[in-house]
Design a protein around this ligand. Structure first.
Ligand SMILES: Nc1ncnc2c1ncn2[C@@H]1O[C@H](COP(=O)(O)OP(=O)(O)OP(=O)(O)O)[C@@H](O)[C@H]1O
Length: 348
């Protein structure tokens, strides 16, 4: 019995397989891996296929700086698999990396993985299959909004409803939870990545400057703002002029970035308002006291809580360590795998 239990826990992991970052949680250890969901590929000797050169952090440092025969790709897009083979290889690499820490035993692991609530059956199957192909013995899926709520410490078992908004790289997930289940869940494919894209398009259109993905993300983190109260000065950025192709530097201000982000942020606000409209009235009323909790890396955008407070008239707070909530929640669901709590998406 003891051996069986030891085997279960030592070879069970939870994975937050995100569009931007992948985190791995292990029972009793917490989060043991946190790396960008990126893979560097190089054309192999035959010139026909591609081989993996680097994964995670090692691949991210190559972003935008690779010679022609190397490319850095993100195999997940909008929270689902964009490239099955590369995702499988990436999961395999991460499993191997945590095994190398001698934390995992040689038994193939049971894996709990989160999925966006808007993902189709085919997309869910693909995530399950990729994890099985990467060496998992058994795979269970959990809705990302549920994982985020658990990880943020919301009282998910309570009959009093709570609302979570998880803003990741690819998707914004809105969930209303009561009695251990999702009463309402919605996912829109507008999140951190879209904000980066909007910034990049704005810099090109307004300043005639081409910038890379990493620079756009840096602008968002440094001076990005969702509300005038949180505007944060200006920033010097460098890129290539669209007019003469030469390197050029310009100054951008926080307020112009906020204006550029307006429409994308408005779509997030609409998703939250829709959730409030479609939640049964008794539960929607609970939200007057419980408010809304923001999770995911996107929740770190300055002033987003103020924007949501103003547009919903509810109390909005950013969870502690928002980037870790989904992984922690997946991990807690893993810890309860044996007692059959309803968090998991067993029929998918
Ligand atoms: N300080 C910050 N300000 C604004 N955005 C941030 C900040 N820090 C991280 N982000 C953004 O958070 C996003 C990543 O968040 P997270 O790791 O929660 O997403 P993910 O789980 O990989 O994506 P998904 O859940 O959509 O699959 C990225 O778009 C990143 O740019």
């Amino acid at each position: 019995m003891f051996k069986k239990l030891l085997g279960f826990f030592s070879s069970s992991i939870a994975i937050d397989l995100g569009t931007a970052n992948t985190l791995v949680y292990m029972h009793g250890k917490g989060i043991i891996l946190d790396e960008p969901s990126m893979v560097a590929l190089a054309v192999d000797k035959s010139g026909m296929g591609k081989k993996i050169l680097a994964v995670g952090q090692e691949a991210k440092v190559m972003l935008g700086k690779t010679p022609g025969q190397i490319e850095v790709v993100r195999p997940m897009k909008d929270g689902v698999i964009a490239d099955f083979n590369v995702t499988e290889q990436m999961i395999k690499y991460f499993i191997k990396k945590v095994s190398a820490q001698k934390i995992l035993m040689s038994v193939p692991p049971t894996i709990v993985i989160c999925v966006p609530c808007g993902s189709t059956q085919v997309e869910r199957r693909a995530i399950k299959d990729a994890a099985l192909a990467a060496g998992a013995r058994r795979v269970e899926l959990i809705e990302e909004a549920m994982a985020a709520a658990i990880g943020a410490g919301l009282p998910v078992e309570s009959p009093r409803a709570s609302m979570v908004v998880d803003i990741g790289g690819g998707t914004t997930e809105v969930g209303v939870i009561s009695l251990g289940g999702l009463v309402y869940a919605n996912s829109i494919r507008v999140a951190g990545d879209r904000l980066d894209e909007v910034i990049s398009n704005h810099i090109r259109a307004r300043h005639g400057l081409l910038i890379g993905e990493a620079t756009a993300e840096e602008i968002k983190k440094q001076i990005g703002s969702a509300h005038p109260d949180t505007d944060n000065g200006e920033m010097e950025i460098r890129g290539r002029s669209v007019y003469d192709g030469l390197p050029k530097k310009i100054i951008v201000t926080s307020s112009e970035i906020r204006e550029a982000l307006h429409d994308a942020l408005d779509q997030m606000v609409s998703a939250v308002k829709q959730a409030l409209e479609l939640t049964p009235p008794e539960l929607a009323a609970d939200m007057i006291d419980s408010g809304i909790v923001l999770t995911g890396g996107g929740a770190l955008l300055r002033g987003l809580d103020i924007l949501f407070t103003e547009t919903t008239q509810l109390k909005v707070v950013v969870a502690d360590e928002p980037l870790l909530c989904v992984a922690k929640g997946c991990g807690m669901a893993l810890d309860h795998l044996s007692d059959q709590r309803v968090y998991l998406n067993r029929n998918k």
